[in-house]
Design a protein. Structure first.
Length: 321
């Protein structure tokens, strides 16, 4: 498998290095344990001759050869963690050149992968239009605002599509590398995972901070504050809308546009977050915790936690000790 990593000025250091380290580990284990197969050839390229990371380190890059035909191209994240910083980065001349190069690679049938803010470059290039994708959960509202034609699901860590694959926030770079190694050899991916003490995670949902997402929109933020104050009661869309001096339709539309989910689904996120906190920081049993977050019995909460987090109550308590 020939993999090209597209390094851009100001990229997230960990995103690049964890990708390189994962494939270096795969090469070493393949040589020692599996007779050298599969083999990974990794090349780091740039649209400029000199690339400096966000931490100021110089990255040795090759100039892109027009005849270069790798199996996969990986786009690591830029270190731009706010909408304003990201918008400015996406307008840079080198980033515009990178978007054009991604379009050429796609037209040549080359598979493309990106993680975290790297997914914004794929969306900017139009490669994700009409396709499912994920991105860093912290900028998901901004992603929806910029690219309404993309079928975004930030609760997922990895989303394969016709163009390649997108992955989630920050350490999603490692999940992405393991996913590509697994495509070549599930056995080798398992070995790399064990050596690095890392597993492919199927979801970002356990890591999402609902309050951070709500701050992307004034009405959604007011709704979040109201919902937190009323978690122990049953949810009514009409009651919430009245309290916020808006219509149920407007509240529904804003939540869908900003969060990609209904007001009820967002309230469920808040209930899961609060329940996790109580599982960790209180001596309450599950029935009492269920009552605190608006459910009549612990069985309903147990089902919600497993559906949203993929873990049972016993596992969650063990993790949080």
């Amino acid at each position: 498998m020939h993999i090209v990593i597209l390094a851009l000025e100001g990229l997230f250091d960990t995103g690049l290095t964890v990708t390189l380290d994962a494939f270096a580990t795969a090469r070493g284990l393949s040589t020692r344990v599996m007779g050298g197969s599969p083999h990974f050839e990794v090349t780091t390229v740039g649209v400029r001759r000199k690339v400096r990371t966000a931490q100021g380190l110089i990255v040795p890059v090759d100039v892109i050869d027009p005849d270069l035909k790798p199996d996969w191209v990986i786009v690591p994240a830029l270190k731009a963690t706010t909408p304003d910083a990201l918008a400015a980065a996406l307008e840079r001349p080198d980033v515009r050149d990178a978007k054009a190069q991604l379009q050429r690679w796609h037209a040549a049938g080359i598979s493309i992968a990106a993680s975290c803010i790297g997914t914004f470059l794929l969306a900017e290039a139009g490669l994700l239009d009409g396709r499912e994708a994920t991105t860093t959960w912290s900028l998901a509202p901004y992603f929806r605002q910029c690219y309404p034609r993309v079928l975004l699901d930030e609760s997922r860590m990895l989303v394969p599509s016709e163009i390649g694959v997108t992955a989630g926030a920050a350490m999603g770079h490692l999940d992405l590398a393991l996913w590509l190694i697994r495509k070549a050899s599930p056995e080798l991916a398992a070995l790399v995972s064990r050596y690095l003490l890392a597993d492919i995670r199927s979801a970002q949902a356990p890591y999402i901070i609902p309050n951070h997402l709500a701050q992307a929109d004034p009405l959604v933020l007011r709704f979040e504050r109201w919902a937190r104050d009323h978690l122990s009661g049953g949810f009514s869309l009409g009651e919430a809308a009245d309290a916020l001096a808006t219509s149920p339709r407007s509240l529904q539309r804003r939540c869908q546009a900003v969060l990609g989910k209904s007001p009820l689904a967002y309230v469920q996120d808040l209930r899961v977050e609060r329940a996790q906190s109580l599982l960790h920081g209180s001596g309450l049993d599950l029935e009492a915790i269920a009552a605190e977050v608006g459910y009549v019995d612990g069985a309903t909460l147990r089902v919600l936690l497993r559906r949203r987090l993929g873990r049972g109550v016993r596992d969650l308590r063990a993790d949080l000790r």
